[in-house]
Design a protein around this ligand. Structure first.
Ligand SMILES: Cc1ncc(COP(=O)(O)O)c(C=O)c1O
Length: 459
């Protein structure tokens, strides 16, 4: 039972501090069905409306300042409005945002990607306009290349919002376990997608033995940005089974690409997929995505691949603005200073949050497989993260749901205190300073104390 008095106090303060946001939300609700433009930006009673951002900070319409841990949904590894990326983008705006022609920047951008991402080194690159489009294209390539139909994905792994892989990404929306198809997607469309439990290698083997499997797709750092970790050895086992059976292995590195390491999770874990999808950091904070990987697979986009050719139009594919920003961002990553810095900051925040939890003796856990993406959960233990069968999966989901009741209060209290986490998640950039991280830890400590004093948090 959550203490109403504290909740009311936090809600009251939130409303008082965000009156202009409230006005905007009232207007937004007249034009947007859910008042927001991305599911994850939904917030009760209304979200904050921001007007500008710089480095690790952003400011809302009411003049409140925040240390930002959304970081463009993970796209802004360099922080907001990094001067080098901004300069490249502004120069390109002056030269034209869409040339309706090929341009050198797209080649330079692809060359940088092939330098950084291991599976692209001897391979090819295909740009798209978003991460969703990239995973859609990767699956099409895998099906065209193998001539097979089935896709294996894992529950709670997210690959964008298109039809084939939305199944079982969030038990709130659809769960084949419960015979529950996503609304608006005909069961016939879902029939070739097999959603398996995370880390369940035996089921992967069994399904592949059944035949007709084109690909296995997963977030190599774990479901939903590392929320449910990938078990040790799982990637290696997947690589072996897929290779032995002519099944395409796709790493969805839309989040982990250029973040877990310069070469993404595949570099970090030393397991190289056939294809990989990229987005977010790829375009330096602008819209963009890519499929990269084996030459013989991506060659199906060649015009001479007669009869088997995959078409790929797309007005904003490799648009000059994203290419300019992406080139600038990847150029800095190639220089080698981004990762030591961001990983250090991730470790500092992780340690600080852990210390606060220990000092307050509350039943909470700090985790996250990606060094610079950190989760906080309440009532969860490290064992709960070992998900590999139905019992452990359901236990994790239930505990997480309970935990969310507390993290939602903490999130609002942190916003009141000038820190904007992405729900229970903190996404770092190199722009976060030592002071930002210390302040975040202090604010988190204050929020924990308040909840503890109200008996909301147990030791
Ligand atoms: C792992 C993963 N794949 C794909 C996507 C979809 O990318 P986009 O939002 O650019 O369409 C996301 C988005 O968060 C993601 O986290």
């Amino acid at each position: 039972m959550i203490s109403e008095s504290l909740k009311n106090k936090i809600d009251h303060e939130y409303l008082k501090k965000h009156l202009k946001s409230l006005d905007l939300y009232r207007r937004a609700k007249r034009v947007f069905a859910r008042g927001v433009t991305h599911d994850s930006r939904y917030f009760e009673p209304m979200p904050i409306y921001c007007v500008r951002a710089k480095g690790s900070r952003k400011w809302d319409v009411d003049g409140n300042e925040y240390i930002d841990y959304w970081m463009g949904h993970g796209a802004l590894i360099l922080g907001h409005a990094h001067p080098i990326v901004t300069k490249a983008a502004i120069e390109q705006v002056r030269k034209g945002t869409h040339l309706g022609a090929s341009h050198e920047l797209e080649i330079q951008w692809a060359e940088k990607v092939t330098c950084l991402i291991p599976c692209a080194r001897e391979g090819l690159v295909e740009f798209t306009s978003s991460g969703t489009e990239a995973t859609m294209m990767a699956i099409r390539i895998a099906r065209a290349y193998t001539g097979k139909k089935f896709i294996i994905k894992f529950m709670s792994h997210f690959h964008g919002w298109f039809d084939y892989t939305l199944i079982d990404y969030n038990p709130r929306y659809s769960s084949l376990l419960l015979g529950d198809y996503p609304v608006g997607i005909p069961p016939e469309v879902c029939q070739y997608t097999i959603a398996l439990l995370p880390n369940d290698i035996e089921s992967v083997e069994r399904v592949i033995e059944g035949g007709n499997v084109a690909c296995v797709i997963l977030e190599p750092g774990g479901a939903s940005m590392g929320l449910i970790p990938v078990a040790k050895g799982f990637l290696e086992n997947l690589r072996k089974i897929t290779k032995d059976n002519g099944v395409i292995l796709i790493f969805d590195e839309v989040v982990t690409g250029f973040r877990d390491a310069p070469g993404g999770a595949q570099e970090r874990y030393g397991v190289i997929p056939d294809l990989s999808t990229l987005g977010k950091i790829l375009a330096g904070g602008f819209p963009g995505g890519a499929v990269v990987g084996k030459r013989e697979c991506l060659s199906l986009l060649e015009f001479k691949a007669e009869g088997r050719r995959i078409a790929h139009p797309g007005t904003f594919n490799a648009n000059p603005l994203s290419a300019a920003a992406g080139n600038a961002c990847l150029g800095l990553i190639l220089e080698g200073r981004v990762h030591p810095s961001i990983n250090f900051k991730g470790e500092m925040l992780r340690r600080g949050l852990n210390d606060v939890i220990e000092d307050n003796r509350v039943d909470a856990l700090v985790w996250g497989t990606t060094p610079s993406i950190i989760y906080v959960g309440f009532g969860l233990s490290p064992e709960d993260l070992n998900v590999s069968d139905i019992e452990s999966y359901i236990r994790f989901q239930k505990k997480r749901e309970e935990s969310q009741k507390i993290t939602r209060i903490i999130e609002k209290e942190l916003i009141n205190k000038g820190v904007h986490p992405m729900g229970s998640r903190f996404i770092l950039s190199i722009a976060h300073t030592r002071k930002d991280i210390e302040t975040t830890i202090e604010r988190f400590n204050e929020a924990l104390r308040e909840l503890k004093s109200e008996g909301i948090l147990r030791g």
